[in-house]
Design a binder for this molecule. Structure first.
Ligand code: DGT
Ligand code: CA
Ligand code: CA
Ligand code: ZN
Length: 579
């Protein structure tokens, strides 16, 4: 956390605690000040050493707030904030993470029921105490109960996009060491699950202690949680990283075991048992002549374990990509020879959902196009936000300006190394209306339509209506979820996908790791129903093009093949779909 973030966090806490006590106006002033402190290009703490007047240059920081910043910088505390904390000793951050629970609700529930933690909130809701509080009803109580679970997971699991670079970082760091014979990620990170409980790293070596020592010295580690001969754990940011060290002869079996998922492993172990085999982290063993196969983990004749391929082969199955190992039917498919031929990272040829500084992006059309070309894409569609439901603060581009943008995009395309498609990201209203005039839509090459408002309840009808609109090509981030923050629309994916297949409308996997929308399970349903998938990054800057890999691996979790995905097509194939 930078010093500015640190100060901003205090001001935000101030705002929450004041709001919880029903104070008017002030909370908003504190929030506004916090936002400006956070965004301030210079070091606000340094500025504060010059006294209150020096803080004048930060918008929204008046005398009262300035004096609190100075107090904090000089003493490490704000007396008034300490008082507020004492008056309202609640886990504010944890409680307000529950959808529908804001600081005011926290204040009311503390007054009425003494609720200070997530646990207490859940217990009170389960006991029916909340609906007795004035201003709350049975429905609110039910919502709280449902959302608590979500909030709890959010405090425990990290985004794939947060954990993956750390896991890859530690693998790169260890892979260069002479003692390390083999190394791989395992667990949910190897399966590219959208959230990660902890990062698992597996190493084959004869010299475990040296590897453990190197691991605890990894510069990415902020703290060592534990360290033994064969395993160790460190904390990197908010992420826990577990290292396990095994003998090279057992690397394949350990990798298979620690990759999981647990459900996959349980199922496949039963397949082994049916064949008089035993499968565990040490290998596959023929136990047909063994009296008590469970007496010793390594009992029986070992027939596999050095490689992961060998583990599956011992059960007459092909090796299967980690993304499939969720017990979603992959073991049956493997036995029947029906495993999908999954899409690969290199198969995606272009991005069909990106933003520029015409809406909320940071870069020009030309810069986004150049970035796509140097990333290696064969084509790009520019799809800025339209005005309409969910687009607040003048972000969206009005219809007449979209017409002007078409001219600019065509001019850039003339000079560009790759074909560039005109487009828009239109908004889908709660009634399924598209927020851009049909006359403009017909002029555009690529129409993405996305839900941005009213993101609760069932969204199937409105999404199906958008799918059926003749000018819509792609439904963007269909549920509108933000992982760990809001669950988004409930969607009957099968019905949506059937409509999408009938209308030649693609369903997006938004590759932004905060969204991954559709997620793996929904993709599987959509692909089975015959829908076409589009994998887009929603990039607001060229540096985001490489997020596409999160989309590709999510597609793989959904059993998608290259031919299921729209933007694996060459430019002619794409044009055909768009027409
Ligand atoms: P996570 O960390 O919660 O995102 O999920 P995983 O899948 O990485 O789970 P983790 O880290 O607890 O364990 C890594 C793998 O080890 C897991 O995917 C399967 C295997 N494993 C761990 N505990 C058990 C178990 O009790 N039974 C079985 N069959 N496998 C286990
Ligand atoms: Ca894990
Ligand atoms: Ca683990
Ligand atoms: Zn959007």
């Amino acid at each position: 956390m930078s010093a500015n973030d640190d100060i901003a966090a205090r001001l935000e806490e101030f705002a929450d605690l004041l709001e919880a006590q029903d104070v008017d106006y002030k909370p908003r002033a504190y929030r506004r000040a916090a936002e400006n402190v956070r965004a301030h290009p210079g070091d606000v703490a340094r500025l504060a050493h010059g006294g209150e007047d020096a803080l004048d240059e930060i918008e929204g920081v008046g005398d009262a707030i300035a004096s609190k910043i100075v107090e904090y910088v000089e003493t490490g505390e704000i007396a008034e904030l300490e008082d507020l904390r004492e008056e309202l000793p609640v886990e504010m951050g944890e409680l307000t993470r529950v959808e529908g629970v804001g600081p005011k609700t926290v204040g009311t529930l503390y007054e009425a029921l003494g609720i200070t933690t997530l646990e207490e909130l859940e217990a009170a809701a389960a006991a029916g105490e909340i609906q007795e509080v004035s201003g709350f009803g049975a429905k609110t109580e039910q919502n709280i109960l449902e959302n608590v679970e979500f909030a709890r997971e959010a405090t425990e699991r990290e985004l794939l996009g947060e954990a993956r670079p750390r896991g890859e970082g530690v693998v790169d760091y260890l892979a260069g060491r002479p003692e390390v014979e083999r190394i791989d990620l395992a667990g949910s990170l190897r399966r590219w699950k959208e959230t990660i409980g902890d990062v698992d790293v597996l190493v084959a070596t004869e010299e475990g202690e040296a590897v453990v020592d190197a691991f605890t010295d990894w510069p990415g580690a902020d703290a060592v949680i534990e360290a033994g001969d064969q395993k160790a754990s460190v904390r990197s940011g908010e992420v826990r990283v577990d290292l396990r060290v095994v003998d090279p002869s057992e690397f394949g079996s350990a990798l298979q075991y620690f990759t999981g998922s647990k459900d996959h492993n349980v199922k496949i172990r039963n397949v082994a048992i049916d064949r008089d085999l035993k499968m565990n982290e040490y290998g596959v063993f023929d136990v047909s002549d063994v009296e008590d196969p469970d007496a010793d983990q390594r009992a029986g004749e070992r027939i596999a374990g050095e490689t992961e391929e060998g583990m599956y082969e011992a059960l007459d199955m092909p090796w299967m990509p980690p993304e499939l190992r969720e017990n979603w039917g992959e073991i049956e498919a493997a036995r029947d020879g029906d495993l999908p031929d999954l899409i690969d990272e290199g198969d995606v040829r272009g991005d069909l959902h990106v933003h520029t500084n015409w809406s909320d992006g940071d870069y020009t059309v030309a810069e986004m196009v150049e970035g796509a070309a140097s990333f290696g894409h064969d084509y790009l569609a520019i799809t800025d936000h339209a005005t309409g439901p969910g687009m607040v603060g003048g972000v969206g581009v009005p219809d007449d300006e979209l017409r002007e943008q078409i001219e600019e995009v065509r001019a850039v395309a003339e000079e560009a190394d790759i074909p560039v498609f005109t487009g828009v990201e239109a908004n889908i209203s709660t009634d399924g209306e598209i927020s851009v005039d049909d006359d403009v839509l017909t002029e555009l090459d690529v129409v993405v339509a996305s839900p941005h408002a009213g993101l609760d309840g069932d969204g199937t009808d409105r999404l199906v209506a958008a799918v059926e609109h003749p000018e819509v090509d792609i439904i963007g981030h269909p549920t509108g979820r933000y992982i760990n923050q809001r669950s988004g629309l409930d969607v009957d994916v099968e019905r949506l996908a059937e409509a999408a297949a009938d209308n030649d409308t693609a369903l997006e996997i938004n590759a932004n790791p905060a969204r991954l929308d559709l997620g793996g399970g929904a993709v599987k349903t959509a692909v089975e129903a015959g829908a076409t998938i589009a994998i887009n990054t929603d990039a607001h800057q060229p540096a985001s093009y490489d997020l596409v890999r999160y989309g590709v691996h999510t597609a793989r979790r959904g059993w998608a093949e290259e031919t299921d995905v729209l933007n694996t097509r060459d430019v002619e194939g794409l044009r055909e779909f768009l027409e």
